[in-house]
Every structure is written in C-alpha cells, then in structure tokens.
Design a protein. Structure first.
Length: 332
C-alpha cells in the first residue's frame, strides 16, 4: 500500500482519538457547574453532554474549514501528511499529560500550537498563513477576557434582579434552570471543539490528493461527532473537580450565569467560524461570575495555575510537534 495512504489512515485514526480524548478532557467544562451544584447526577450529566455534543458537532462546519486552510495552505504544504500526523501526536500527548494531572488546559491551544510547530519544522515560518493564523490566535486570546467580563456582567444583573428573593428558594429554582443551561453549553461545545478534528482530517485528505476542496465530507463530520460523543460519555472526573469546585464554591445561580456566558461566547465564535478554547472560555466565565459574587471567594491560586498552563500550552505543544516531525520525517 502506498505510504501516503497509510499515513492518511493513521491521521484519521489519530484525529478521531484526539476528538475522543477531547471529549473526556473537556466534558468537565460543560457539566462541572451542574454536577457541583447537584443540579444533575454525574451519570445523567455525562449522558446529556454526550448527546448534546454529538448534535452540536453535526450542526456546523465553519470552524473546521478555518482549521483546514487558515493555519497553513494544505494544497501546497510540504510533507503535509507527516506534518499533520506529528501535530496530532503532539496534541494528544499534551492533552493526556494535563488530563492526568487534572489541569484544565486547552485542547484547542494544543492542536493549533502543534500544527504551527510541525508546519514550521517542515517548511519554515514562511509556510504559515499569517493572516489566518493571527486571526485564530486573537480569538484564543480575546475570548477568555470577553468571557470574564460578560460573566461578571451577567451575574451582576441576575444578582440585582433577585436581590429581594429568598436565597434558598432562588437557588432551588436556578438548579432546575441549570439543567437547560448545561445542555446548551454542551451543545455549543460540540459546535466548536469537534470541528477541529474535522478540519485536520480534511487537511490530510487534501495533502494526500484525496479531496479537492475545503468542504468537510459527511463521513468526516459524522465520525468526529461520534468520537466526541463517545469521549464525552467517558467523562473527565479530575478536571470536573478542578473546574467545578476548586475555582470557587458554585451555587446554582452562579452556575447558570457561567453556563449562559460560556455558551454565548463559544457559539458566537462558532458563528463567525473561529476556533476558541472551551476550557478558557468556561473557566474564565466562572472566574468572572465569582469576582462579581465575592472576589475573596475565588481561589486565585487555582486560577493562576490554570493561567500558567494556558500560556505555556502553545509553545510547548509547538516545540513537541516539531520534535515529533523531525523523528517521523527521518523514518518516513
């Protein structure tokens, strides 16, 4: 069998593995608040998140197209198949490391950093599509800041609206609402995160001359949606504990505010075809809500640890992908 076909098959397998890992790595982000407030039992929350992630992934393909063409041109990329395989191996490695230590790092940062690192290792900095790449980086940087600000505003408005209500009764009502907001957040997660693997597979198909446009084949969309859904069904308990309890003590009214904020920011990014980090957005929305509730109630130590991970993910994953590329290229 031609080496290019073998590489393409390996890329499809690794991309689906990335989506599966992304599912259980990022499940926590979508359901952590609803589990921590006991709005949903963990098993029910995970089943709901798996279904909603699958539906979300089957709804849009704009982000996938951005991944396919905005970081580097797949039609002219030197050693494209080796580049993409190296990026996937590096991204998966970083995701598993951060999952093992319970750190809510960004799968998006890991994947995009890995693609950029492998592209640079293959063909130099000139091979990057700078306009598209900078646009993606800007979205990754601005979205968590926006989530923090919007989360602060949303919770401030809700707190003002219900200031005269009985606290216990209000939280009981919001616990029911939280089931809907958790479902919405899971849906928006699927609309953005699952598309990244779709873009990678399509990029590989173009590099192997098996596909001629940046349109996402249906089988690619379906298989990535299924992998994301199955990964979500496994759950990421270590990260659920960090996002759901170690940032702040979350009550139902806080959870609803954070869920609505996260869903709005993620879906807005999906609508304009930009990949964002669901981890960054959701964690930042919780930080914004926590700051509006009581600044001293936020565990800023956990927030600092998460921030450090966010900052180092791009350069580390990029460097790792470059090293993997050199090793693979030496053999292939």
């Amino acid at each position: 069998m031609d080496i290019l076909i073998i590489l393409t098959i390996l890329i499809v397998i690794f991309a689906l593995a990335f989506d599966f890992i992304n599912g259980f790595h990022d499940t926590a982000n979508a359901i952590a608040t609803s589990v921590s407030t006991k709005a949903l039992k963990p098993r029910h929350a995970i089943i709901m998140a798996a279904i909603m992630n699958f539906i979300g992934a089957m709804t849009f393909t704009g982000v996938a197209k951005s991944i396919t063409k905005d970081i580097a041109d797949p039609f002219t990329l030197q050693n494209g198949s080796v580049v993409i395989l190296a990026a996937l191996i590096a991204g998966i490695t970083w995701n598993l490391l951060t999952w093992y230590y319970g750190i809510p790092s960004s799968s998006s940062h890991a994947l995009i950093g890995s693609i950029a690192g492998a592209v640079i290792a293959s063909a130099g900095f000139g091979a990057l599509n700078y306009s598209g790449f900078i646009k993606i980086i800007q979205a990754l940087l601005i979205s968590p800041i926006l989530a923090f600000v919007v989360g602060y505003i949303v919770y401030t408005i809700i707190k003002f609206m219900f200031k005269d209500n009985n606290l216990a009764k209000t939280n009981k009502q919001f616990r029911r609402v939280q089931i809907l907001t958790a479902a919405l957040q899971s849906y928006t997660h699927g609309t953005n995160d699952a598309q990244k693997a779709m873009g990678i597979i399509t990029m590989a198909l173009i590099a192997a001359n098996l596909h001629t446009t940046d349109d996402i084949p249906f089988w690619v969309q379906f298989s990535c949606a299924l992998a994301m859904g199955l990964g979500t069904s496994v759950g990421g308990w270590k990260i659920i504990k960090t996002v759901g309890g170690k940032i702040m003590k979350i009550r139902p009214v806080n959870g609803v505010s954070a869920d609505l904020t996260g869903a709005a920011i993620i879906f807005g990014a999906t609508f304009i075809h930009l990949p964002v980090s669901t981890t960054h957005v959701i964690s930042s929305s919780i930080l914004g809500v926590g700051s509006a509730h009581r600044v001293k109630g936020v565990n800023w130590g956990t927030a600092k640890r998460m921030l450090v991970t966010w900052v180092i993910t791009l350069p580390i994953s990029g460097t790792l992908a470059a090293l993997v590329y050199f090793v693979l290229n030496a053999f292939l």
